[in-house]
Design a protein around this ligand. Structure first.
Ligand code: ADP
Length: 468
């Protein structure tokens, strides 16, 4: 938008500048020749009468000749007067008197009554005119004048240069102005957009406070109203999920205790009862797992769960995770290789960070192929530490990648159920990483594997004050 605005203003401004300078230059062009041509035309008009009155060149009155010499001198040029047979009867240089001159300019003037031309090389203009016949004058007397225009020409060139310089300066000013205006006019929209992006990232308590003009203020108010409603709905949903999870947790715990008690009572249970009880027990475990995940998410949503930052040895965290997933990796026949480049310490909430990275590593094992591998690397720069988890599994289709962090989203529903997934793991991971001020990205290729890359600040971020 700002680029289009900039282009619009710059285009209109610069085109106007170019047009204006073109008009000025062409006016200048015309004006250069017009003044002297008009003067010579007026002069030659009067000359007809003077010639008729004095009988020039044969009469004894020398005023016309004196005037012509003066004219030639004033214009730094040469004046010829020719009669109808193109014979020179006056030459201010006195060299062609009595001779016949047949120049193209004179022939054109004889045909057209007048001729004007400018020779750029010699910077001289030629004006030829068949004098208007007045009573007593000879027919077809021709006035010929060639005069120097070098000073006018250099003045003309100077003013042309000035016009172009002014046009260039104006274009630069308009260009700069276009940038400034584009930035200023679109600033409120950019601020609204920034606020909306924050809101899009889940910060529903964010409000748009841009009031640079009435229209923008109206947009801000409308967006805030929508946000208010959305915030209410999101809160209601979070409360509902949290309340239901809490309500489910107690009976599930009791059921688990009862199922465990029956299984471990020492009494000989009929095989079918034992089998069913074992199934019930594992389903209860699954439900408990979902409820714990839901409660964890609800706590983070409602920001009741603060991130407890503490200086942590990240390499140790990875060791804990690798030990934790070792039995799973063994059962799935997947090799897990870890490479850490240095000792890294960072301010993180250790249990939460362990949960976040474990989810990724567990997925890399679960969604792998038998005899596949998982490569975990740990590295850091001055600001962040980086964990990448690469697997040799089936990969995730490009269309699915955008959804895998959504709650309850599972790419292959049947396979996920088989792997015991809930579709909440990556949502929890993303929430934890974001709460630490970090970022998580996925690169995947079908049939080749998936790489999750996590980036987390080494120091506690100042902005969210440690709130999850
Ligand atoms: P789940 O509990 O189902 O594993 P997650 O939120 O952890 O839920 O993952 C969401 C979905 O993303 C999974 O169901 C799975 O389809 C897909 N997924 C996650 N990690 C991988 C991976 N490393 N390779 C292939 N698919 C994956």
């Amino acid at each position: 938008m700002s680029f289009i605005l900039f282009l619009g203003i710059a285009f209109c401004g610069i085109v106007s500048c170019v047009l204006l300078s073109y008009i000025l230059i062409s006016y200048n062009d015309r004006h250069l020749f017009d003044v002297t041509r008009k003067q010579l035309s007026d002069y030659s008009e009067g000359l007809s009468y003077d010639i008729a009155r004095t009988g020039f060149p044969s009469g004894s009155d020398t005023t016309v000749a004196e005037q012509l010499y003066l004219l030639a001198e004033n214009y730094h040029g040469r004046v010829l007067i020719l009669d109808g047979s193109l014979q020179v009867c006056f030459d201010s240089y006195r060299t062609k008197n009595g001779k016949t001159v047949v120049a193209p300019e004179i022939l054109e003037a004889v045909a057209e009554k007048t001729h004007f031309s400018y020779d750029e090389e010699s910077k001289s203009a030629t004006y030829v005119r068949v004098l208007p016949s007045v009573t007593g004058s000879k027919e077809n007397t021709i006035f010929f004048m060639r005069y120097d225009m070098s000073s006018e020409w250099s003045r003309y060139q100077t003013s042309r240069r000035y016009i172009m310089m002014i046009a260039l300066c104006l274009s630069i000013i308009i260009f700069t102005l276009a940038i400034v205006l584009a930035v200023v006019f679109t600033r409120p929209l950019r601020r609204i957009n920034r606020a909306l992006t924050e809101i899009g990232n889940g910060k529903f308590d964010e409000r748009v406070e841009v009031r640079s003009n009435r229209q923008v203020a109206d947009i801000s108010d409308s967006v805030n109203q929508i946000l208010e409603r959305t915030h209410e709905m999101v809160e209601n949903r979070q409360n509902f999920v949290s309340d239901v999870s809490h309500e489910l947790k107690t009976p599930m715990t009791s059921m688990k205790i009862l199922a465990d008690a029956l299984l471990n009572s020492g009494e000989e249970l009929p095989p079918m009862v034992h089998e069913f009880l074992t199934d019930i027990n594992s389903e209860i475990d699954r439900e408990n797992h979902i409820i714990s995940d839901l409660l964890a998410l609800a706590r983070m949503d409602r920001k009741t769960d603060t991130i407890q930052y503490a200086r942590t040895h990240i390499n140790e965290i990875l060791d804990v995770i690798l030990n934790r997933v070792a039995p799973l990796a063994e059962s799935k026949e997947v090799e897990v290789v870890c490479e850490s480049y240095r000792d890294i310490y960072a301010d993180v909430d250790e249990p939460k960070m362990i949960t976040a990275i474990t989810n990724i590593v567990e997925n890399a094992i679960l969604y792998n192929r038998p005899n596949g591998s998982v490569y975990v690397t740990l590295n850091a720069n001055m600001t962040y530490f980086f964990v990448t988890v690469r697997d040799t599994g089936n990969g995730i289709a490009e269309s699915e990648i955008a959804h895998i962090f959504e709650r309850f989203y599972r790419v292959d529903k049947d396979r996920s159920r088989e792997t015991g997934g809930t579709g909440l793991g990556l949502a929890i991971t993303k929430d934890i990483i974001n709460a630490h001020g970090g970022q998580i990205k996925v690169y995947s290729k079908i049939n080749e594997g998936t790489t999750f890359s996590v980036r987390v600040p080494l120091a506690k971020p100042v902005r969210n004050g440690g709130k999850a």
